[in-house]
Each structure stands twice: as C-alpha cells, then as structure tokens.
Ligand binder design. Structure first.
Ligand SMILES: Cc1cc2nc3c(=O)[nH]c(=O)nc-3n(C[C@H](O)[C@H](O)[C@H](O)COP(=O)(O)OP(=O)(O)OC[C@H]3O[C@@H](n4cnc5c(N)ncnc54)[C@H](O)[C@@H]3O)c2cc1C
Length: 403
C-alpha cells in the first residue's frame, strides 16, 4: 500500500514502551507517517520480567522479531519460595513458576522495549523528553501542543502512554473514572547480584507483602517489592518519597530484604506504581484512540499486560490499514475485535492481582504447602488446570486477522 492511498496518513503516538513502538512498527510498515513522543529523556530501561503469551506470540512472529525475542528470553531455570532464614519452602521449574504454556516466552520488559525501538527507529520519528500538553480537534486532524516542541497537526493521535495516560486524561476524562486500584503497589529495581543467582528466582512472602529477586546474568539482579498499599500513594515521579514508602512497608521484613532495600537507593532504574486496572467502554473518540495499558491495563500482576499491548497494537494498525486510514471504520472494528479478549483478561488480571499476595501467616503456610506438594505430583498438569485453563483461554481469546 502506498501512502497516497491512505485517507489519514500522519499518526502521533504518545508513549515509547511496548504498545507505542509495536504500533509504530505496524503503521510504518503499512505506509503511515509515524511520530512517537515519549516523556522520558531516553528509552526507559527497567522493569521485571514480562510474559509474551498466547496470541501475542504469532504477533511477534509476524513482525519478524520472534528469533530476536527468543534470543533475549530469560531462560529461567526456576525458583524457590524461601523463609526468613533463606531455607527453601518450595521450588518450581520455570514454566510452572511463570504459568507458561509451550511456545510462550519471557523477557525483561526493558529488553523487549529496546527490541521494538530498534526495529522502528529508522523509519519512525521519536521525540524523547517531550509530551503532549493539549489536543484540539479540527475538521480534518488534531492540533497537538507539546511541552517542548512546536505545535503540529496530525491526522490521528494514539495514546500508548500507560496506566496514567495523558491522552486518555485529555480526551476521555480524569483518571478516577477509569482506573480501579486493587489495593496493592509494586516497585522494581536493579540490584547487585549479591545472592549469586543464575537464572533463578527467590520469593519471600510475608503477610501482605512479597519480595522477589532474580537474575538472568551474573552482575545484576532485579528485585520486586509487592505490598498492600495505603490509599494515598506518593506523587507520581516523587522517587524519594516512593522509596521511603517501600522502605517503610518492608522495614521489619526478614531474609535479605534489608540488603535489597539498601541497594534500591543506588539503583540506576526504578519502577513504582499502584497495581491497578483500566476500564473503558470505548477506546476511541473521534480521531483519538488508546492502546495497551492506557486503554485496558490488566495490572502488572496479571501477567498479560505486555501481551495485550502487542495484540492491541497489531489489531489497531491492521484495522487502520484495512480501512485505508479511515479512523471511523477502523476504530469501530478495533473495538469489536478486541472487546472479548480484553474483558476476559481484565477479569483474570483482577483475580491474579488480588490473590497473589497472601494476607496472613496461615495463608502463606497453605500456599507453600500446596506449592511443595505440586512439585512431587505426577499429575501437575491436572492440579494446575484450574489456574492454567482460564489463563490460556484468555491469552488466546482472539482470532487474529491476517491484515
Ligand atoms: C519503566 C517501566 C517498568 C515496568 N515494569 C513492569 C514490571 O516489572 N512488570 C509488569 O508487569 N509491568 C511493568 N511495566 C508495565 C508494562 O510495561 C506494561 O504493563 C505493558 O507492557 C503494556 O505496555 P504499555 O506500552 O501499554 O504501557 P507502559 O509500559 O506503561 O508504557 C507507557 C509509556 O508511556 C510513557 N508516558 C507516560 N506518560 C506520557 C506522556 N504524558 N507523554 C509521553 N510519554 C508518556 C511512559 O514513560 C512509558 O514509556 C513497566 C512499565 C515501565 C514504563
């Protein structure tokens, strides 16, 4: 398809993490002229490992990036739940721990973002260190005002700017109308690999909290702190206050937690957010649409956010191509194609996020006993069926069109 055949040609995408660069990839391939604006000064590193599951695998394959993604795979050997002295309470292999079906993949979020960026940086304009401050609809486009760049008019604007999407806020309304908080918060930092982990994860649960640490290399490890959060979280971007809260929440936690907290303040990267979901009836309004977490964040503890972003980007771009850039047709079809998949994953994500952290010592004992028994069960598949079946169903609940 040539650019001249398209009714709408220029597309601005806000956000360069997963959904943004994935959408940019497809739109550029289909002949659109794409600009991505990212508020961070450079591609954001960091984050824990994320799963690419179900329908997202053929999407990555169609991008021609599956070998690169597999190459970057974490190749975890498994992990163990440990008590306060570091004694293993239960150990599991890599697929059981990640609840992955054959063919699914696991990568570091930062590595995936880098792969998508590298695959697009030559054909797509990236504006780092900038963000949208105003969107004004016009008859045949949207006038965009930026924090730093001069105003420009684009045919279409897509928000791929995550849970706290600015595009969603400016087009659909305030965050409180769409974001549902699970009551948990998560923090991820890179730390020195002082526990000498080799593709191995350690998980230390205490009531209402979990500390996880793992390494895919020898020099650095990633630590994740998940906790039942107070209602009022520190301001977004206030790293010092967020770190103070994490330190306070885990102050009396045993095992290696104190050392991991000390390493947090020196970490080159830092991710902190509430564990929340986004629920919207419709993901588009006139010439503006949303994709990924901005539209349907299932929460970082769902294990499905990255896959939904990849699938959503594929479908949205594909529908725009099929409709020759006509946003009215394409956005309706995007909605129709994605709705059931999104709803199933939001339900699954809520259950995962709210059940992952055990609330009491008794619940932790029950959890680890169950995990320990699982390892020795010859019929693991059967025992895990109540968890794996809905996950596999939701992860595959979309028939991908061949655009
Ligand atoms: C640094 C980081 C670490 C993460 N770590 C984890 C993790 O450990 N586990 C997990 O499950 N999920 C994590 N996530 C979320 C995960 O990436 C997403 O759930 C999923 O991949 C969907 O991606 P997304 O691109 O839709 O949204 P996100 O990954 O949230 O990306 C949104 C992007 O938009 C940018 N942005 C936000 N506001 C603006 C604005 N106003 N203007 C321009 N750009 C803006 C952000 O900087 C970010 O790059 C992390 C996200 C980030 C950004």
């Amino acid at each position: 398809m040539t650019n001249n055949q398209l009714i709408n040609k220029t597309v601005l995408i806000s956000g360069a993490s997963v959904a943004g660069p994935a959408l940019a990839y497809w739109l550029h391939r289909y002949g659109f002229t794409v600009t991505v604006v990212e508020q961070a000064p450079a591609l954001r590193e960091g984050g824990y490992k994320v799963d690419i599951r179900g329908a997202a695998i053929p999407v990555v394959e169609r991008m021609g990036l599956l070998p690169t993604v597999r190459q970057a795979g974490t190749r975890m050997r498994g992990g163990a739940w440990v008590d306060e002295s570091g004694k293993a309470l239960a150990t599991l292999g890599p697929d059981l721990i990640g609840l992955r079906a054959p063919g699914d993949e696991e990568v570091l979020r930062g590595d995936l973002s880098r792969i998508l960026y590298d695959a697009t940086k030559n054909g797509v304009e990236y504006l780092f260190g900038d963000s949208i401050v105003g969107l004004t609809p016009q008859a045949d486009g949207v006038e965009v005002r930026f924090h730093r760049s001069a105003p420009r008019v684009f045919d279409l604007v897509i928000g791929a700017d995550g849970l706290h999407s600015t595009v969603r806020g400016q087009t659909f309304g305030p965050e409180r109308e769409f974001v549902r908080h699970t009551g948990m918060a998560a923090c991820v930092v890179s730390v020195p690999n002082f526990l000498d982990l080799d593709r191995w994860e350690l998980i230390h649960p205490t009531p209402g909290r979990v500390v996880q640490v793992y390494s895919t290399q020898h020099s650095t490890a990633k630590a994740q702190f998940i906790f039942a959060a107070p209602d009022a979280l520190p301001e977004r971007g206030d790293r010092a206050e967020q770190q103070r809260l994490v330190a306070e929440m885990f102050a009396d936690a045993s095992w290696e937690t104190a050392e991991l907290l000390r390493a947090m303040s020196d970490s080159p990267d830092f991710y902190f957010d509430s564990v929340s979901q986004v629920h919207l009836q419709r993901w588009s309004l006139d010439r503006v649409a949303l994709v990924g977490d901005a539209a349907y964040c299932p929460s970082p503890l769902s294990g499905q956010g990255t896959s939904m972003a990849l699938v959503g980007a594929y479908v949205l771009a594909g529908e725009l191509k099929s409709a020759l850039g006509d946003h009215r047709i394409a956005f309706d079809r995007y909605q129709e194609a994605m709705r059931e998949y999104v709803d199933l994953n939001l339900t699954l994500g809520w259950n995962n996020a709210t059940q992952m952290v055990a609330g009491s010592k008794r619940a932790i004992r029950a959890q680890t006993t169950m995990l320990r028994m699982l390892r020795h069960m010859p019929w693991k598949g059967l025992a895990l069926r109540p968890i794996m079946k809905p996950l596999n169903h939701a992860a595959n609940a979309i028939a991908l069109a061949d655009y």
